[in-house]
Design a protein around this ligand. Structure first.
Ligand code: C2E
Ligand code: CA
Ligand code: CA
Ligand code: CA
Length: 269
């Protein structure tokens, strides 16, 4: 660190492993991508298990890179979180999702994922307020999905921000439930409007009695706390059957619909 800046930088670059270099390249590219409008939102249907009725859509970001093609959020969200770019990207997601949902001509929910970095950022409340005013979306149609890890960072601040958002009439879902290490504590700390069972449990439900038992336990928990439960990653009729038997309220997954770019096209089909 005490050497000439140029040299030490050069040495550091050479020592960087491929993965770090890749992340670095993505980090630089993210800022440009936002300006060049390379992000898109896809929507995945959420529906009632009992009636099959559509209840809403979850917005999922896609990056249409001019060279790399479609880049998965798995490959850039964590990079954007590290660099802080997620605050701007997340605001774009929120604005775009609300604007598009306001144009659907229905009352369906629009679920938007929120990064822990966004939840810790002081600008979030104002961003949500602005977007709701700007898009004229009824606040009750907006649902923010947060993972348990979201609340582990600065818990008091995060819960304070969530309360303010909830006071606007926006609902909050806990995402990937069951995978965090403080599930029950998290559930006890905040009045969530929905529990989303992580898809890993559904994936194994067909072949594992243990996974089925966990799904049942989460459903029982939802019942006793009076919080509706949505199961993610439903891919088979058998999984949907299990959810029906066990009284799960909502489901989402490839069986019901893959993420699609245009909601209009889905309705027409
Ligand atoms: P998530 O919030 O848990 O979203 C569900 C993921 O599961 C999506 O992957 C979806 O395409 C996929 N999926 C849905 N149904 C099925 C199924 O039946 N089987 C399988 N195998 N997969 C299914 P995707 O779109 O690649 O997103 C991955 C993750 O990236 C999301 O997980 C979320 O954590 C994050 N993400 C996506 N969009 C955003 C965003 O706008 N903001 C933030 N902060 N994170 C986002
Ligand atoms: Ca989600
Ligand atoms: Ca999830
Ligand atoms: Ca997930």
């Amino acid at each position: 660190a005490k050497t000439i800046t140029g040299r030490s930088l050069c040495y550091y670059d050479a020592a960087m492993d491929e993965a770090a270099r890749e992340r670095n390249a993505i980090a630089k590219d993210l800022k440009r991508a936002l300006k060049d409008e390379e992000f898109r939102l896809f929507y995945q249907v959420q529906q009632s298990v009992v009636s099959g009725e559509i209840t809403g859509y979850e917005a999922l970001i896609r990056w249409k890179h001019p060279v790399r093609g479609f880049v998965s959020p798995m490959d850039f969200i964590s990079v954007a979180e590290e660099s802080g770019a997620i605050v701007e990207i997340g605001a774009w997601v929120l604005r775009t999702a609300c604007r598009e949902a306001a144009g659907w001509g229905n009352d369906l929910k629009i679920a938007v994922n929120l990064s822990p970095v966004q939840l810790n950022d002081a600008s979030l409340i104002e961003t949500v307020r602005q977007v709701l005013v700007e898009t004229c979306l009824s606040p009750s149609r907006l649902e923010l999905e947060i993972t348990e890890s979201t609340i582990i960072g600065d818990k008091i601040h995060a819960l304070h921000q969530l309360r303010q958002i909830k006071a606007m009439g926006v609902t909050i879902a806990i995402d990937d439930f069951g995978t965090g290490y403080a599930s029950l504590d998290t559930l006890n700390s905040f009045p969530f409007d929905k529990i989303k069972i992580d898809r890993s449990f559904l994936m194994e439900a067909d072949k594992s009695a243990q996974a089925r038992a966990i799904v049942r336990a989460i459903l029982a928990l939802g019942k006793s706390l009076e919080i509706p439960v949505l199961a993610e990653g439903v891919e088979t009729e058998a999984q949907l059957g299990l959810l029906r038997e066990e009284g799960c309220e909502e489901a989402q997954g490839y069986l019901l619909g893959r993420p699609v770019e245009f909601i209009g096209a889905v309705k027409a089909a």
